[in-house]
Design a protein. Structure first.
Lengths: 324, 253
């Protein structure tokens, strides 16, 4: 049934947009972009790391593509990929050093990195300085430039679906399962004693997380047709964490739920300016106090404690086979 | 099989181990004994690769493994449990053992991402294997219970199951019976002395003389970082050095 619902949702995303108003289309695009960001962030949150600086990697991806396309006239399709790759390379370099840190120390190191990234974009003329880079073109397909919202919507949808599929499947691989073993310093020691090279797994997870942020960051910039040091700031990093925590860390669908609800709500509050942050803060407080597992844990709590979220499909399979 | 060549470990000004040397043969069940602070856990940590010795050498299966990381040693066949009963607390018993099987499961990233039927079949095979390890220790009934919710006795057995899942050549058990009731300790040691030692060589840290004398082939006594006894458990009570080191002499008899 779950599969059927998912198919229905995807079909709706593919077929319905042409009927909607441009504004609705814009909101859906923003939601799709944010869902990928949040889901990418979830990869490292699932192994016990909080990042206050994922916007830095989004900015790296966005700037990489914007620069390649405007200065070197490279096609945006390559620019998107390059955005992900560059963000991934920086994640690898920084992660190799900072993932040894735990808790707030790691979070702050990523935050500092993101600030440095935006400061560098602001300081150097090659990156466009404080004014940023304008006139970032949309990609072309079969000779047509995808200039309308609707055309570009399908680009965003395609990138989002592929990314989300990859990130969803990743959890069921040995790699995704092993990340769960690295949640605390103690379990990491245990994992090491079982032959798991924790540093390598953590670095790879961070690279995967930042690759998808960089990739979507590039797509995002081509949607806005513009990027500046003031687009992907701490406020975005902060919002992403709130999406994931409000939705809940217990399952893949948690971050997605949080992002859809809060981005949708945030767009409605756009005219209200700074009140958006206020509303997010209140929602976060209420959820943390009342539902530490996030909104996604609500059905399970209602089913009086209910079953725990499965982390490995095979375990359930074997159990079922035994009981038959 | 395991050869410890005059290991010394200093932490700052403190000498935790001084010129400790011994060998362990294949299939042995050896107890490492000593009062608190004698350096037993330090020695364990060095053998398992948690940190390197200040001086000395560790030879495992004819190979110098001094200074290798914990995960490298695990791949060579050294497994261990921790004194603090460390488990993957949020995960079920079966999932804990699955982590132990890590090095015997191929990664298959692409097949996993595409969720091919062959991959699913292989995964079920792996889970069955994990269940087999739980069965071996008699705790299969707890396979779907979250580790943190298990009683201590079962948790202790689970730590052994997780280590055993790596299919070690050498298993280091840090106080496997600590905190257990007499019956639970007996159950644990019976398993160690039968099912487990059939599969690998075992070195364990133990305070309890009943356990050392009852199940182990050989006792090594550490005192203030030095080896003061190496021989049959029966000789412990007659050894003047050991008797001096332990005030609870009466317990030995």
């Amino acid at each position: 049934m779950k599969r059927g619902l998912l198919g229905l949702l995807i079909a709706a995303l593919v077929l319905l947009p042409p009927l909607g108003k441009p504004y609705v289309l814009h909101v859906v695009i923003v939601i799709l972009i944010n869902v990928v960001y949040a889901q990418a962030l979830y990869v490292i949150m699932r192994m016990g790391y909080l990042s206050f600086g994922h916007a830095g990697y989004i900015a790296l991806g966005g700037y990489t593509s914007a620069l390649l396309v405007t200065k070197l006239a490279i096609t945006p399709w390559i620019g998107f990929l390059a955005g992900g790759v560059v963000a991934g390379i920086f994640a690898w370099a920084l992660g190799a050093v900072t993932l040894k840190l735990r808790g707030i120390y790691f979070s702050l190191s990523v935050f500092a990195f993101a600030e440095v990234v935006n400061a560098a974009f602001r300081a150097f003329e090659v990156f466009g300085g404080p004014a940023g880079i304008a006139g970032v073109p949309r990609p072309a397909l079969l000779g047509t430039r995808l200039n309308t919202h609707l055309q570009f919507y399908y680009v965003v949808l395609a990138v989002a679906l592929v990314s989300l599929f990859f990130l969803y499947q990743l959890q069921w691989t040995r790699f995704g399962f092993t990340l769960l073993a690295l949640r605390t310093r103690e379990t990491e020691r245990l994992a090491e004693s079982l032959g798991i090279n924790a540093a390598r797994y953590k670095t790879l997870a961070f690279v995967v997380s930042c690759f998808f942020c960089g990739l979507m960051g590039a797509v995002h910039v081509h949607y806005l047709r513009f990027v500046s040091p003031f687009v992907f700031t701490f406020f975005l990093s902060n919002d992403l964490m709130i999406y994931v925590m409000v939705g809940g860390l217990g399952s893949y669908w948690g971050p997605m739920l949080g992002t859809v609800l809060l981005t949708g709500l945030g767009e409605q509050l756009f005219a209200a300016g700074y009140y958006k942050s206020l509303v997010y803060a209140v929602v976060l407080l209420v959820v943390i106090l009342a539902l530490p597992g996030g909104l996604i844990s609500l059905p399970r709590i209602l089913r009086r404690g209910g079953a725990r979220e499965r982390v490995l499909p095979v375990a359930a399979d074997v159990t079922a086979a035994r009981e038959r | 099989m395991l050869e410890i060549r005059s290991i010394t470990k200093r932490f700052g000004g403190l000498t935790a181990l001084l010129d400790v040397a011994f060998t362990v043969g294949r299939g042995e069940l050896v107890a490492l004994v000593g009062p608190n602070g004698a350096g037993k856990s330090t020695l364990f940590n060095i053998i398992a690769g948690a940190f390197p010795p200040t001086r000395g050498q560790i030879v495992f299966n004819g190979r110098d493994v001094t200074g290798l990381s914990s995960h490298d040693l695990a791949r060579l066949g050294v497994a261990r449990t921790f004194q603090q009963t460390t488990l993957f607390g949020e995960q079920t018993a079966l999932e804990n053992v699955l982590h132990g099987l890590h090095r015997h499961v191929p990664a298959r990233v692409v097949a996993g991402l595409l969720a091919t039927p062959a991959y699913g079949k292989e995964q079920r095979e792996v889970a069955r294997r994990a269940l087999g390890v739980l069965e071996l220790l008699g705790i299969a009934a707890y396979r779907d219970t979250v580790a943190a919710d298990l009683p201590l006795g079962i948790q202790k057995l689970l730590t052994v199951a997780v280590a055993l899942a790596t299919e070690p050549v050498l298993l280091l058990l840090d106080e496997p019976a600590a905190g257990l009731s007499r019956d639970e300790a007996t159950r644990m040691m019976n398993l160690v002395a039968s099912e487990i030692r059939q599969r690998c060589t075992v070195v364990l840290v133990e305070h309890n003389m009943r356990i050392v004398a009852g199940w182990c082939d050989r006792a090594l006594v550490l005192h203030f970082g030095q080896k003061i006894y190496d021989g049959a458990p029966e000789g412990l009570a007659r050894d003047q050095g050991v008797v001096d080191a332990y005030l609870g002499v009466a317990e030995l008899a």
